[in-house]
Design a protein around this ligand. Structure first.
Ligand code: G16
Length: 540
């Protein structure tokens, strides 16, 4: 074992989901190693324990995996379990941690951010329940990165990541495993594969866009088991630069899929997933499903899948996610939990059995089967529901709105803003929040406004400053927050939501329905005035 001197970097504060930076930043001397050592220095119980390592296959993945393996050996782990080729989707890593009772896992990904030498890389630590490290731990890791002065790293050659089986680095066993097998088996247990197979055999057509990211091998294997045509999966080979695209399953970056689904002769069901396989985009023939609606629909129909046939215990959603799921929870007579943005906040609720299904507006849905959001899981639950109900995606959505009403919803992103300008927008609005109730914005009456904070009901931890909320007296909402996942300047997110009750106008164009709120947001926050940006970069 070698002890190597190092010097701290000041910028290793984990964001919404781990440490994300440009590859060039990670390529600085010991940059990745410092962060990994900080993780190992603060987690307890390494001696004799197993560690899962995998990533989304992006540029620099293999190099960091080799470093992480050598460091795990020097830091006392007994076993490292690594996906073949260095590949593990985020949900598959979460499952493997749980299945193999590992102490935790390193997931190397910058999720939906682009990959390549000039793009993004990331490292995330997940704990023994399979979920992202809670804030308490990420704060401790950050504190450790500020003072780190040595690395523990074994002197050993690279491990062959492309052959399944066991080898050793010092006393530690390195086990290279099939990244798909355990995960696919879990999916077969959760869902009614026979019903889906029958639907597909009857001519039901699927298009799944893996965006040249990690879900390709997962989707190919699972759809093969379901008897789907080979062309059901497109862009199915993971590439280090995702083919030059953003592996972000939204209407901008998955436009080709969207266009196909809206066109003549569209397949029955379209879906996409992101870089590391935890996000999902669902599009029916001629009908886009917003992530917030998808959460509500899946929660309302989950009992149709074997895993959830006894009913769900509760639903959790991040605060900016639309309140569509709240109405489902109310109808089912179950709890609804509103958490800050970040999957890590769902872990405690899932562990305590308070909720079964969770979701976020940022294209994430998942359940208690793992402790991450899960793109392929969401696709399979949709397929299971469709196979049982035998109606189209569009009909399912219209039915849902007719029963619960419709939450018109959109998120406007202003990307790569100057940090000062973004802070000026937020600080200016924050300073006025207290006086907003009773005033009007673009003619809409403000019912209340606050800076969201969350008290975790299981461990009483408090998270402050989680987004500025402005509520209107007709139930509409605008939320303003700064993203915690960007790697360039600041990204301002504006979340717009308007509720139309059942019996109301449920078929409006979303942009038209939200127009009054968009104008109100500008009046409240002065985004164009302060940042000089007349319109958002991305609308999802
Ligand atoms: C991550 C988190 C999600 C969060 C999303 C957006 O997703 O895991 O919980 O909703 O970022 O966060 P922000 O609004 O702070 O950018 P992923 O898929 O990027 O890991």
């Amino acid at each position: 074992m070698n002890q190597v001197a190092t010097r701290p970097y000041a910028d290793q504060k984990p964001g919404t989901s781990g440490l994300r930076k440009k590859v060039r930043v990670f390529q600085q001397e010991h940059y990745a190693a410092n962060f990994i050592q900080a993780v190992f220095d603060v987690v307890e119980g390494k001696a004799g324990a197993a560690l899962v390592i995998g990533g989304d296959g992006r540029f620099y993945n293999r190099e960091v995996i080799q470093t992480a393996i050598r460091m795990a050996a020097a830091n006392g782990f007994a076993r490292v379990i690594v996906g073949r080729g260095g590949i593990l989707s985020t949900p598959a890593a979460s499952h493997l941690i749980r299945l193999r009772k590992a102490l935790g896992g390193l997931v190397l990904s910058a999720s939906h951010n682009p990959g390549g030498p000039d793009e993004d890389f990331g490292i995330k630590y997940n704990v023994s329940n399979g979920g992202p490290a809670p804030e308490k731990l990420t704060d401790a890791i950050y504190a450790r990165t500020r003072e780190i002065d040595r690395l523990l790293i074994a002197d050993a050659p690279d491990v062959d990541l492309d052959r399944d089986g066991e080898s050793r680095v010092g006393d530690m066993v390195v086990e290279v495993v099939d990244p798909v097998a355990d995960y696919a088996e879990l999916m077969e247990r959760l869902f009614d594969f026979a019903a889906i197979r029958e639907m597909i055999a009857g001519g039901f057509r699927i298009r799944f866009d893996a965006m040249h990211a990690v879900t390709g091998p997962y989707a190919r294997e699972i759809f093969r088991r379901l008897g789907a045509r080979e062309d059901s999966v497109v862009n199915g080979t993971p590439l280090p630069d995702f083919g030059g695209h953003h592996p972000d399953p939204n209407l901008v970056h998955a436009k080709a899929l969207y266009d196909e689904m809206m066109g003549e002769g569209a397949p029955d069901f379209g879906a996409a997933s992101d870089g590391d396989g935890d996000r999902n985009l669902i599009i029916g023939k001629g009908m886009f499903v917003s992530p917030s609606d998808s959460l509500a629909v899946l929660a309302a129909n989950a009992h149709l899948a074997p895993a959830y046939q006894g009913g769900i215990a509760g639903i959790a959603r991040s605060m900016p996610t639309s309140q569509a799921a709240d109405r489902v929870a109310e109808a089912l007579g179950i709890g609804l939990y509103e958490t800050p943005t970040g999957w890590k906040f769902f872990g405690n609720l899932l562990d305590a059995g308070l909720v079964t299904i969770c979701g976020e507006e940022s294209a994430g849905t998942g359940s208690n089967h793992v402790r991450e959001k899960d793109g392929v899981w969401a696709v399979l639950l949709w397929l299971n529901v469709l196979a049982k109900r035998r109606v189209s995606v569009a009909e399912i959505l219209r039915d849902h709105w007719a029963r619960f009403g419709r939450n018109y919803y959109a998120r406007h992103d202003y990307e790569a803003l100057a940090v000062d300008a973004a802070n000026q927008v937020m600080d200016g609005l924050r300073a006025r929040l207290g006086g907003l109730a009773g005033t009007r914005a673009n003619g809409l009456a403000v019912a209340g406004a606050d800076d969201f904070e969350y008290l975790d009901p299981t461990d009483q931890s408090l998270s402050r400053n989680q987004g500025l909320r402005v509520r209107f007296d007709d139930g509409s909402r605008i939320v303003f927050r700064l993203s915690g996942t960007g790697t360039e300047g600041a990204t301002l997110r504006v979340y717009l939501e308007r509720y139309e009750p059942a019996g109301g106008d449920l078929g409006m164009d979303v942009g038209t329905a939200l127009q009054p709120l968009i104008a109100a947001a500008e009046e409240l926050a002065g985004i164009a005035r302060i940042t000089g940006r007349a319109r958002p970069d991305v609308v999802t």
